[in-house]
Design a protein around this ligand. Structure first.
Ligand code: SF4
Ligand code: SF4
Length: 428
């Protein structure tokens, strides 16, 4: 950290000693995984800076916003509409965590067979090491998978400001009605929290900011079609992760800047790995900071990740919200339409996700898919079986992996990934 933020962290109630230990682990992992990459675009310097200040400058900015009367809303899921939050001059930040922390404490609150993502969010809260949780004026939980749904009942006893949003499980008319009703209830809750009435001009502005952010990320994704790939999957994942923390307008500018640079790289035929490197699509559970394990294993095995069918990837960012309507109710309908397309594995049945995976394989010219399932994540692990069957019927190779946040299985995963990369290289 370039500044001393200790007073700020102390005032937020962080456990400074534990927090120091976390930052050290995070910093070392970043050095080892990110800073050892070759031929990174210069534009990644911005994202390196954001990561180096993720608990520092960004928190300071959020504190300054609070000081000015603005509110901070934390979320664990891409179903929480940032458009509504921005329309009330509040900021939305991601609270998912990608590392094991305070696991002994977590075991007192959650069963062992809970996925790492939920455990990690609890660990960061119980260990008092997450300035985002501590600075949030409202924490939004959503009834998506059973694990989260029940965990929020427990979290409600640990934090003073949990708001739970119901989410449909079927893409039916009734399901859409439920989402609409929940988004209207959320709008009211945000208005109550902020004291701001969301009118159509505010909502349009919120939609515009989020659409621009998604357009920029989409522009970046499309550039990854090039061969050789102009950007590593690790760096693309980092950008997708920063999506959840950064100021949205500054983030959009920074993504567009790196896109300008990548376009020049593509013109010159430059890439991060040689042209012949196997191209892999990752599909499955989201990867929160600092969960970089799988892309790191893949890319240090000589392949390149060209796309992420994930909520820290295209599942979370594709599809824009139509902003052509003029009333708040019509704009809310557009927001519902946009989010109702998110094809999370909590939906049953969920054919859209399979179609999207196939579409991404074609778009990004992937040679194969690695399905990433977090241990004990029933929705994605169960769905991975039918995905594999359908994908292999199309003669697309797929490797199904199940893992957690520990580093104990790295060598075992590496052996399987290397064999898969070899198979893909042989088929080319
Ligand atoms: S995978 Fe599902 S539950 Fe998780 S962030 Fe995405 S939409 Fe939300
Ligand atoms: S990874 Fe799976 S089990 Fe864990 S929170 Fe997401 S959907 Fe639920």
């Amino acid at each position: 950290m370039s500044e001393d933020y200790r007073d700020m962290w102390k005032n937020l109630g962080l456990d400074l000693e534990a927090h120091d230990a976390l930052l050290e682990v995070l910093g070392n992992a970043y050095q080892d995984i990110y800073m050892t990459q070759q031929d990174r675009p210069e534009g990644m310097g911005y994202f390196d800076f954001v990561m180096s200040e993720v608990h520092g400058l960004r928190i300071k900015e959020l504190m300054d916003k609070k000081e000015a009367g603005q509110k901070i809303i934390g979320s664990f899921c891409v179903f929480v509409p940032e458009e509504i939050v921005l329309a009330a001059d509040a900021a939305l930040v991601g609270l998912c965590a990608g590392a094991d922390f305070a696991m002994e404490e977590v075991d007192k609150f959650l069963p062992r067979n809970t996925c790492s993502l939920i455990k990690s969010a609890f660990g960061f809260n119980l260990g008092k090491v997450c300035p985002y949780i501590e600075s949030a004026d409202m924490i939004v939980g959503e009834n998506t998978c059973d694990g989260k749904k029940k965990a929020y009942e427990t979290l409600n006893n640990l934090v003073p400001n949990l708001y739970v949003m119901d989410i449909p499980q079927m893409k039916s008319i009734e399901g859409r009605d439920l989402l609409k009703a929940e988004y209207m209830r959320f709008k009211n809750a945000v208005e109550e929290l902020t004291g701001i009435t969301i009118d159509s001009a505010r909502l349009k502005k919120g939609i515009e900011i989020v659409n621009n952010k998604r357009k920029a990320v989409h522009r970046l994704s499309i550039l990854r079609k090039a061969n050789p790939a102009p950007l590593s999957g690790l760096d693309a994942l980092l950008i997708n992760q920063v999506f959840f923390y950064d100021d949205p307008i500054r983030f959009t500018d920074s993504v567009n800047k790196i896109c300008d640079e990548l376009e020049k790289r593509i013109e010159k035929g430059e890439g991060v790995l040689p042209k012949g490197a196997a191209r892999i699509l990752i599909s499955g559970c989201p990867m929160a900071v600092p969960n970089w394990k799988l892309p790191w294993i893949i890319e240090s095995s000589g392949a390149v990740v060209v796309g992420e069918e994930s909520c820290t990837g295209e599942r979370g960012t594709r599809n824009l919200t139509d902003d052509s309507a003029s009333t708040v109710d019509e704009l809310m309908e557009s927001i519902v339409d946009r989010y109702f397309k998110v094809d999370c594995a909590i939906f049953t049945p969920n054919p859209d996700r399979l179609n999207h995976i196939e579409e991404m394989v074609k778009t990004y010219k992937a040679d194969g898919i690695i399905h990433y399932g977090l241990q004990f994540c029933q929705p994605y692990l169960m769905e991975s079986m039918s995905v594999e069957k359908a994908i292999e019927a199309k003669n697309i190779p797929m490797l199904r992996l199940e893992t957690d946040y520990s580093m104990e299985d790295v060598e075992q995963l590496r052996t399987r990934v290397e064999a898969f990369v070899e198979l893909l290289s042989f088929r080319r």
